[in-house]
Design a protein around this ligand. Sequence first.
Ligand SMILES: NC(=O)c1ccc[n+]([C@@H]2O[C@H](COP(=O)([O-])OP(=O)(O)OC[C@H]3O[C@@H](n4cnc5c(N)ncnc54)[C@H](OP(=O)(O)O)[C@@H]3O)[C@@H](O)[C@H]2O)c1
Length: 381
Amino acid sequence: MGRATGVPLSARDRSFLDRAVAIGRKGWGRVHPNPLVGCVIVRGDEVVGEGWHAEFGGPHAEVVALRRAGKRVRGAEVFVSLEPCRHVGKTPACSGALIRAGVLRVVYGARDPGEKSGGGSEELEAAGIAVLGPGLSDREARWENPFFFHEREDRPWVALKLAMSLDGFLSDRAGVRTPLTGEEATTEVHHLRAGFEGILVGTRTALVDDPRLTVRGPVEPRMRPRRILLDARGRIGSDARALSWGNGEGWVVTTAASPAVWREGIQERGGRVIEVPARPDGRVDVDGMLLRLREEGLASILCEGGGELGVELLRRGVVDRLYLVIAPRLLGGNGVPAFPVPAAGAAGKEAPRGVPWDRWRPGEAPRLLGSDLWVALEPEA
Ligand SMILES: NC(=O)c1ccc[n+]([C@@H]2O[C@H](COP(=O)([O-])OP(=O)(O)OC[C@H]3O[C@@H](n4cnc5c(N)ncnc54)[C@H](OP(=O)(O)O)[C@@H]3O)[C@@H](O)[C@H]2O)c1
């Protein structure tokens, strides 16, 4: 991407660009692996057309906004969260559509890194249109479209989401599930799930909570996320709810240590068994697991706990974003910790045992959902 900061924008330009970014988010769960894109067309200070990329393979944001603006587009300004595309793919190139529409000026948010699709701004400039961008910094662009800008082949983009009490616990005590957060936060979690290709939980979470890991919220996902249970040794029953429906969307990630008869039981229920390398202590090798999930075609994973698996991912430096949903409750010292400190030895002789938090920062302002606090953090690059 290559720009720590975006080009300087006036307050007016910034506010229309922010609006374009905000409406682009309406495509969440429906457009991936394409990026979220929003577009606002303005004459003077009046918005004459708005659009967003709403469906994978469907019209791009600019095309929708141009249609809505109709004749009023001639001589207008266009604010679009991603550089208008140049290539002719499933839909005609947006740069060409903007040139034909006779717009005067284009302000774009993030540069399109695509070999074929990038370069739309040069094409606009060559046609005499004033172009300003990228108006978003690298960090802002990645925040909006993390999967799109995630270019690694060794692992999916990974988010960790945990609901916890004020004193940092996931549940009241070992072996029990403690519902912590309210309806608004639950709805937001289902909205979040809709945009991911896989949802992963650790063995004890699978055993204790038996989560369904389905999306039951306002957005019907274009691709239902794979429901992935971690189980190195084969302890989870084949009647686990995440493996229901026998449609191959429930996966169990295991190691060579799990018994053949257990694997057969999972497969008979329609679950998929995926064998990955084990660590010397018999647990799942997290890097090997993530590589395999990437090879299976998953570009994004949402891990929903528990604490042990979450800390392992954090300590390995493979968490790209952390969502903490903090309930205004105290659970006391017998709870299951959100961030357990691994036992001495488990972390390796020299390695610090706790999570290295020094690079982590909030990526946006915390939000109050009902009485729960929703905090999203990411490590600084
Ligand atoms: N509030 C929330 O958001 C939330 C979310 C999830 C869970 N929970 C609660 O948290 C509790 C479970 O969390 P937990 O921290 O005890 O367990 P967990 O993280 O769900 O599972 C940990 C287990 O996963 C297995 N595992 C295999 N490979 C691993 C690896 N590389 N790193 C870490 N674990 C690996 C290990 O079992 P083996 O030794 O058998 O391999 C390990 O004991 C439950 O009470 C649940 O209700 C709450």
